[in-house]
Ligand binder design. Structure first.
Ligand SMILES: [Zn+2]
Length: 604
């Protein structure tokens, strides 16, 4: 097939406009159709990138060709018998890992936001010309992407190659004056590209990421699935996010999450960054190559339904932190703290009693990705519960097989059977394979954990691998769990059952929890609480105002709703024991804990 030729230029950074041309050598004689994706793989929400196309025109042999719009993201050019070029101006002002962004400091884009798909020629190879914008301001700009170079020099503007459209949009591109640090892991060159002001210790990042990437490669075994790998990191004041690709990832983090020169140990913030890196890197295998059949190929025009996101996001979330302890970047106690926090998050989600994990996966498009004030009561996260189901599955298999098998074996078999072959995973594929690989009858557990809202047997299963699980009430609004209570006789706060956010000097209610005291009293999301028993809590928030209250006591709350003052009599409830603390149990099970958290992956 004749290659499709694309050209992109960050034409007007000050107006956030790219100019993108797509040239087709053999256009459809009945009128070539073009489309922009409705979503970007890895982020399961309809985003309609075509809404950022500001203008579009077509030309052939230096003559304008009519182009008409067929639906929200499809166009058709008038039939022509020669080369057809379509040029779009695309507005780019979305600084998220799934968008496109452009200003005078840098350019970043996902192909799904900017490159038209030539309908009927999706499998044709693609050549991409990345053009430097005009002006001295941009003379030091470089290009970072995992896309194969054609004639472009390393990190240079010029020609790049992708084997088809799917690959073209799976290599995000960063352009600007970035920090570049490189290392090799498993024989594969890796780049860390950092955009935005930062004071990161890049040698430390090289060292730590090399260790982590090497661990993931050994975990799956065999030759690495990519020839090179690029971490595209955007450091900002506050931010968090990542999107996986076949040979790269786009990460958004706070600059404070990156380790500074001279910093020793792994701070909580750096641990968060390492967890994100680990998560996206694990996706190189799990979801970019081991994929649900529903994604083979992706249908970029509409939602792609699968009940398996729990496995692709949940299992990945399980292994992201687990890999940190397994490769020695964090200590066992740090890992147990992270796990305790995940369990706490899950237990503080009333929606876990309403939505099963399979439903959460299936409805990701309209629920998980489009959360509102009721989401906490109505949905469960396929990331958080998915990771806990992966944990339960791992511990159950270890227990039932006396440590001979584990979830690791399932992942490696998935890699060999589906990752290396590209054969999509049917909806019941994980469940069937899990039984086959481990020899354990798992059907009733999958029914319970994936398709019902029954509580997970976390305490019992953790005990089988030498971990004691305790639940206690939260000590404050800041208490995320994972750590023992600070005061010995903490009975916990008397609870209102709301989530809040500071709003001016007052407290805005963001969520009202199902069955809580606030809901019973009639408080609603969006209410602005201005007084508790006639006193303004102010900037200190509600914690101090409620600290000395007992469950069963009543308080009067004044709040504004629709700018009307309302009064609520709230009978406080006892705080739930929803805060999880994990600890190593003493004695015989310590060996099992070692085997779980520190397997020697060097030999696998
Ligand atoms: Zn993920």
């Amino acid at each position: 097939m004749t290659p499709i030729h694309y050209t992109i230029i960050p034409a007007r950074p000050e107006a956030h406009l790219y100019r993108v041309t797509c040239t087709v050598a053999d256009p459809d004689p009945s009128g070539q159709r073009f489309a922009l994706p409705a979503w970007v793989p890895g982020s399961y929400m309809i985003r309609d990138f075509a809404r950022h196309v500001v203008s579009i025109r077509a030309a052939s042999r230096n003559r304008a060709v009519a182009i008409e719009k067929l639906d929200k993201h499809t166009w058709r050019a008038e039939p022509v018998a020669a080369l057809l070029a379509v040029t779009c101006e695309v507005y780019a002002w979305d600084l998220s890992v799934r968008g496109a962004h452009l200003d005078a400091r840098h350019a970043f884009f996902n192909g799904a936001c900017v490159f038209l798909r030539v309908l009927g020629q999706e499998t044709a190879p693609c050549e991409l010309e990345i053009v430097r914008p005009g002006g001295v301001r941009y003379r030091n700009w470089r290009v970072a992407t995992a896309m194969a170079r054609k004639s472009a020099k390393p990190y240079g503007f010029g020609a790049y190659l992708a084997s088809d459209y799917d690959e073209l949009i799976d290599h995000p591109v960063e352009i600007g004056e970035f920090t570049l640090a490189s290392f090799r892991a498993g024989g594969v060159p890796h780049d860390i590209v950092i955009t935005g002001r930062h004071a990161a210790d890049t040698r430390r990042l090289q060292r730590d990421l090399k260790r982590l990437c090497g661990h993931h490669m050994r975990f799956f075994g065999g030759p690495a699935p990519m020839k090179r790998y690029v971490f595209l990191v955007t450091a900002v004041g506050e931010g968090y996010g990542g999107l996986e690709h076949r040979a790269s990832t786009a990460l958004l983090c706070s600059r404070e999450d990156l380790p500074r020169e001279g910093e020793v140990g792994v701070s909580e913030r750096y641990r968060t960054f390492l967890g994100l890196v680990s998560h996206e890197y694990f996706h190189t295998w799990n979801v970019k190559r081991i994929k649900p059949a529903a994604f083979v190929p992706y249908d970029l025009d509409r939602e792609n339904y699968t009940a398996l996101l729990w496995a692709f996001e949940g299992i990945t979330s399980y292994y992201d932190d687990l890999a940190l302890v397994r490769c020695g970047l964090i200590e066992k106690k740090d890992y147990l703290e992270l796990l305790g926090r995940s369990i706490t998050t899950h237990l503080r989600t009333p929606g876990r009693a309403r939505q099963s994990l399979a439903e959460s996966s299936f409805d990701a498009w309209i629920k998980y990705y489009r959360q509102d004030e009721n989401s906490l009561n109505a949905i469960v996260s396929y990331y958080v519960k998915g990771s806990l189901v992966a944990l339960c599955l791992d511990l159950l298999i270890r227990d039932k097989t006396r440590g001979r098998k584990s979830l690791d074996d399932l992942m490696r078999t998935l890699w060999r059977r589906h990752g290396l072959t590209g054969g999509g995973l049917e909806e019941d594929g994980i469940e069937r394979l899990a039984e086959e690989v481990t020899g354990v009858k798992l059907a009733r557990y999958f029914d319970d954990w994936l398709r019902s809202t029954r509580e997970l047997p976390l305490k019992a299963l953790l005990a089988t691998s030498g971990v004691e699980m305790e639940l206690r009430p939260a000590e404050s609004g800041e208490d995320k769990g994972g750590k023992p209570a600070r005061s010995k006789n903490a009975a916990g706060l008397a609870m209102l059952g709301i989530r809040v956010r500071a709003q001016g000097g007052d407290t805005g209610v963001t969520h009202v929890l199902e069955g809580g005291a606030a809901q019973e009293a009639g408080i609603a999301a969006g209410d602005v609480i201005v007084a508790v028993d006639g006193l303004r809590p102010g900037q200190a928030g509600l914690d101090p105002a409620l600290a000395k209250r007992q469950p069963g006591e009543s308080v009067t709350i004044h709040a504004f709703r629709r700018d009307e003052m309302m009064t609520f009599e709230v009978r406080l409830k006892r705080a739930d024991a929803d805060t999880c603390v994990l600890a190593e149990s003493a004695g015989a099970r310590q060996k099992l804990l070692e085997r779980w958290l520190r397997p020697d992956t060097r030999r696998t």
